[in-house]
Design a protein around this ligand. Structure first.
Ligand code: GLA
Length: 751
């Protein structure tokens, strides 16, 4: 039993393997948050809260003679605006009578075995016996609003999944002005906030700052979780490192406009509130209607950022990403985007496929440009029928020829978009998001389809399912190449326009759910101009997401490193692309590019014709190596050994088999220097008492004439070294000269 109730203290305690989370119902019936942190025995944690009078912090009417109780300072589970708490609310409610606020009072709770699903949103799953769920019912007498707070406790995984279901139990209409998924108050401590920010072609860059007073908002108003901010933040102790310190993760399983507020208040307590963005959000609840909020995955560890990442990797892989795909060896693909862009015909495509097949590649992916009359990126989105001028006879003969080469076939599609110049837009202009009377903002000269309109979702389902039924397509790259503006649904009444943003995402989920359920053997890769919608919501349907449109291996070091804080390598779409790189013009060694792309789903995105014979030969070797290391990379524990700020010269990361039997170190020199010392790093995740031997090593792009790596000089290469030495003293390589040389080292346990 991971959930316990004490009638005596009115506390509910949730225990995972290493954490405790505690709630309490106070004398007024408010639901308080007592603790979330390292696991503790059965104490009631209310001794921590000493009621004190704080000026300008109002008191509930029933306690007006006791000025020491105020909603403004009590730690709460789901705070509501306009009823005495001035901090960031989880809920803002208004009624048809124009009254704002709700006073949520505990009505009861129950504990259920297993994990409840959500009807409209992606939800984590649980194996039998893996999880228990606490349901706490609250209600506001005046408005009739009922709130059910849900806490699914994954004991072994150290994760608590929270969400809220809000129901109008009254007789008149209500408006949700803001309805967050979860709010959590942390009364003590000095914290730092880590967020993952970025832009198109540079997503999820780690940024860590001291939490100062005020509200820090990590959010998107773009209709997608966005390149700019990710719906994942970490609060950590100031002293926290990769290997030590308290860290609390808040990950929202949502792919639309979101908002995570982290507030440091007047008394130095922290409140984190996560949920749907309330910008342009207003949800109508008629009597009897319910509203589900997205799930938030909470994780806590006292042992540093690496352990927090492992918790999320294991949780997403075990309970969120489709089980059909998560552990399955996915084909090494070649994608024609950076080789041809939109300018191709069947011959060009087949030439790429032929060469790729000869090099041992396993799947060909036809990217943008195969449909309508798309000769540039100004037209045809929505017209998902083949461009016969480019591909005479349609897709079938092309797919057949590609299959004959021994390659699977995959295709790109951008379902949620429409071009003004398209048959779809001409037939259904009202299917695009446009504000009546106003010319819409264009982006890549395209508009966004109104996924809040069920007719649009149905149309897309018919078109895509038909494509999948009639063609031998084994992979879909589902793109979304602009953010939402002019958010107005022609299918919704005036008073429901505030629902459009969220209904859009519900439409996306519905389409993804129907297609992935009907075609479970089709591999779907999510994409939004690279990683503009890289979140746990999409991962519930698609096992992998194209991580970034920046395929430069050196830029990818930072992008993939930032991504690794929350998301597993098996979800990271990564390809080896041409050098000089198409986005940056940077040249990097072929082998270095492979090492970086291998720390993801691995594929190629280039014209094989432009490869040297030596490079072509290496492709075969790289695929064989990827195969050999597959389990270790995809299922192993991921360690960030050295990042951009750690030494200024190289970055390194490592995979360790969970049983400590093997470890694969990857290292890229980003700034070669003259006359510098050895490259030193410490391994992680090994068995201290076991002996390890360097079983395989590869050095890529090292210029030996610059007194680079000479393995013969390294006596320690041949001899076994204990796990303790490798972890505590470390391992050293001689300096490596040249542009972006790299190393990949496999250590294998000997006993
Ligand atoms: C997005 C994707 C790219 C490519 C193009 C095609 O930018 O991220 O990989 O598919 O669209 O237009």
């Amino acid at each position: 039993m991971s959930i316990h109730y004490s009638d005596e203290t009115k506390t509910i305690t949730l225990n995972t393997k290493s954490t405790t989370y505690q709630l309490q119902v106070d004398s007024c019936g408010h639901l308080l948050h007592l603790y979330y942190g390292k696991r503790i025995p059965g104490d009631c944690m209310d001794y921590q809260y000493i009621p004190m009078d704080h000026g300008f912090s109002p008191n509930p009417y029933g306690l007006r003679w006791n000025r020491r109780i105020s909603m403004d300072v009590l730690p709460q589970e789901y705070a509501c605006a306009n009823t005495g708490d001035f901090r960031t609310p989880a809920l803002e409610l208004s009624t048809d009578a124009g009254a704002y606020g709700a006073d949520l009072i505990y009505q009861g709770h129950r504990i259920e075995p297993g994990k409840l699903s959500l009807e409209t949103l992606p939800a984590a799953r649980a194996a039998d016996g893996e999880c228990e769920t606490l349901l706490v019912d609250l209600s506001d007498e005046v408005s009739g609003l009922r709130v059910q707070l849900r806490y699914a406790v994954y004991e072994a995984r150290d994760v608590i999944v929270r969400s809220a279901v809000l129901t109008n139990g009254g007789a008149s209409g209500l408006w949700l002005e803001r309805a967050a998924s979860a709010s959590i108050d942390i009364p003590f401590g000095s914290w730092e906030l880590i967020n993952f920010h970025g832009r198109h072609m540079m997503e999820r860059v780690e940024e860590r700052e001291r939490l100062t007073h005020g509200v820090h908002t990590i959010s998107s108003r773009r209709g997608a979780s966005s390149h700019q901010h990710n719906p994942f933040v970490v609060l950590c102790e100031r002293s926290a490192t990769e290997d030590s310190g308290e860290c609390l993760g808040v990950m929202l399983a949502y792919s639309g406009s979101f908002r995570i507020d982290v507030e440091l208040d007047q008394l130095n307590s922290v409140r984190a509130v996560a949920g749907i963005n309330d910008a342009q959000f207003r949800w109508r609840l008629n009597p009897g209607d319910s509203f589900e909020t997205p799930e938030v995955f909470l994780a806590f560890t006292a042992n540093g950022l690496t352990e927090l990442s492992h918790i999320y990797h294991n949780f997403l892989r075990g309970s969120v990403i489709p089980a059909r795909w998560v552990n399955c060896r996915r084909p090494v693909l070649i994608n024609n985007w950076e080789a041809t862009y939109i300018d191709f015909d069947a011959e060009k495509i087949l030439a790429i496929a032929r060469k790729a097949a000869a090099m041992g590649v396993e799947m060909f992916v036809l990217d943008d440009g195969w449909f309508g009359h798309r000769d540039d990126d100004n037209s045809s989105l929505g017209d998902w029928f083949v461009n016969e001028r480019k591909l005479p006879g349609g897709l079938a003969p092309l797919i057949a020829s590609i299959n004959e080469l021994g390659l699977k076939f995959g295709i790109w599609i951008e379902p949620e978009m429409v071009s003004e110049d398209s048959e779809l837009f001409r037939a259904h202009p009202d299917w695009a998001l446009t504000v009546p009377g106003r010319a819409p903002s264009m982006c890549r000269n395209q508009m966004v389809l109104d996924m809040a309109n069920p007719a649009v979702v149905e149309h897309l389902y018919q078109v895509i399912s038909n494509l999948l039924r009639t063609q031998h397509i084994e992979y879909i790259k589902w793109d979304m190449n602009r953010n939402m503006t002019d958010v107005y649904s022609h299918a919704l009444p005036v008073e429901r326009q505030g629902e459009t943003f969220h209904r859009y995402i519900l439409g996306v989920y519905e389409l993804a759910r129907r297609l992935t359920a009907e075609f479970p053997d089709v591999l779907f890769e999510g994409c939004s101009g690279g990683g503009g919608r890289f979140d746990a919501g999409m991962l519930h349907y698609f096992p992998q997401i194209w991580c970034s449109d920046d395929s430069d291996a050196i830029e990818r070091l930072e992008i993939q490193r930032g991504t690794s804080f929350g998301y597993p390598v098996s979800a990271v779409g990564a390809h080896l692309s041409a050098s000089p790189n198409e986005q940056t013009g940077r040249a990097a060694p072929f082998g270095t590019r492979a090492i970086v792309a291998m720390s993801g789903t691995f594929g190629y995105e280039l014209d094989p014709d432009k490869l040297t014979d030596e490079e072509k030969d290496s492709v075969r070797e790289q695929i064989a190596r990827f195969d050999r290391y597959y389990d270790l990379i995809q299922r192993g524990d991921y360690y960030r050994l050295a990042g951009p700020d750690d030494n200024g010269r190289f970055q390194a990361w490592q995979f360790a088999a969970p049983d400590g039997s093997q470890a694969l170190v990857n290292l890229v020199v980003t700034h070669t220097r003259a006359n510098f010392g050895g490259i030193h790093f410490r391994l992680k995740g090994l068995e201290p008492n076991a002996m390890y031997k360097l079983a395989e090593h590869r050095f890529e792009g090292c210029r030996t004439e610059f007194e680079s790596l000479r393995m013969d000089d390294m006596a320690h290469c041949a001899q076994p070294i204990s796990g303790a030495s490798l972890m505590y003293a470390g391992y050293t390589l001689p300096r490596m000269g040249g542009d972006y040389p790299s190393a990949q080292l496999l250590f294998v346990r000997q006993n």
